[in-house]
Ligand binder design. Structure first.
Ligand code: ADP
Ligand code: MG
Length: 224
C-alpha cells in the first residue's frame, strides 16, 4: 500500500504537470493561430510576424526547460572547475547585462581552482537562470555581486542583486511549477535550477528584502 500510495502520488503530480504544461503551451499557440488567421485575411504585417516569433520563442524556452526536468539521467558528471564555469557564464550573459544597465561584479578572482563533480552544461544553466532573474529584477539597472566562498567541504556561490525583491509570503512559491510574476516569464527557471542543484547534492537558498534586493546562494560539494 505504501508503494501504491507513492504511485498514485506520482500520477497526480504527473497530471498536474501535464495540465500546467498544456496550459502554458496552449496560450502562445492560440496567439500564433490567431495571428496566422489575421495574416490570411489581411496579409502579412511585420508586427504580426514579430508577435508570432515571440510566441514561438516562448514555446521553445518552455520546451527547452522542460527537457532538463525530464532527462535527469542524461547528466554527465565529471570534474569541473566551478570558477571557469562561472567565468563562461559571466561572459555569456555580459551583453544582456550591459543592455539592461546591469554591472556584474565578480568577487572570485582570488580563487584559482574550485573543483566540483558535475555536469558543466547543467551548472551553467543554473547560473544563467539565476543571473537572468537578477537582471530582470532590476528594470532600471544596478549591480549583481557574484561571491564565491569555501566552506567545510562545500563551495558557496552567492548572487546578490539590487532588484525589486520577493515579498515574504511569495518566497515559498518561487520555484514551484509555472510560478511567475513576469508578463513573459515561464516560471520554470527556479524549478529547473533547484532540480539540477539537488541532483548535484547541493542546496539552493533565497533571501530577499522587498525594494532592496535578493541573494541566491548555491552550495555544492567540493571534489578533491
Ligand atoms: P521566470 O523568471 O520565468 O518568472 P523563475 O522560475 O526563474 O521564472 O522565477 C520565478 C519567479 O520568482 C519570478 O517571476 C520572480 O517573481 C521571482 N524571482 C526569482 N528570482 C528573483 C530575483 N532575483 N528577484 C526578484 N524576484 C525573483
Ligand atoms: Mg527566470
Amino acid at each position: 500500500t505504501q508503494e501504491m500510495l507513492r504511485n498514485s502520488e506520482k500520477l497526480s503530480i504527473a497530471g498536474e504537470l501535464a495540465a500546467g504544461i498544456a496550459h502554458e503551451i496552449r496560450n502562445p499557440l492560440t496567439a500564433i493561430k490567431g495571428f496566422v488567421r489575421l495574416m490570411q485575411t489581411s496579409g502579412a504585417k511585420a508586427g504580426y510576424l514579430d508577435i508570432i516569433t515571440s510566441e514561438l520563442n516562448r514555446i521553445e524556452s518552455i520546451v527547452g526547460e522542460l527537457l532538463v526536468l525530464s532527462k535527469p539521467r542524461e547528466a554527465k558528471f565529471s570534474r569541473q572547475d566551478l570558477i571557469r564555469l562561472l567565468e563562461h557564464v559571466v561572459s555569456f550573459i555580459e551583453t544582456q547585462a550591459i543592455m539592461n544597465n546591469v554591472i556584474l561584479i565578480k568577487q572570485f578572482n582570488f580563487l584559482s581552482r574550485v573543483y566540483i563533480n558535475g555536469d558543466d552544461n547543467q551548472i551553467k544553466q543554473v547560473f544563467i537562470n539565476l543571473l537572468k532573474n537578477g537582471i530582470e529584477a532590476m528594470p532600471q539597472g544596478g549591480e549583481i555581486l557574484i561571491d564565491v566562498r569555501l566552506e567545510e567541504g562545500m563551495v558557496a556561490v552567492s548572487l546578490t542583486d539590487q532588484g525589486v525583491g520577493i515579498p515574504p509570503d511569495k518566497l515559498a512559491k518561487v520555484g514551484s511549477l509555472f510560478y511567475t510574476t513576469k508578463e513573459n516569464g515561464t516560471g520554470l527557471g527556479m524549478m529547473v535550477s533547484h532540480k539540477i542543484i539537488q541532483d548535484h547534492r547541493g542546496t539552493l537558498h533565497l533571501t530577499s528584502q522587498v525594494g532592496l534586493g535578493t541573494t541566491v546562494t548555491v552550495r555544492l560539494p567540493l571534489m578533491g
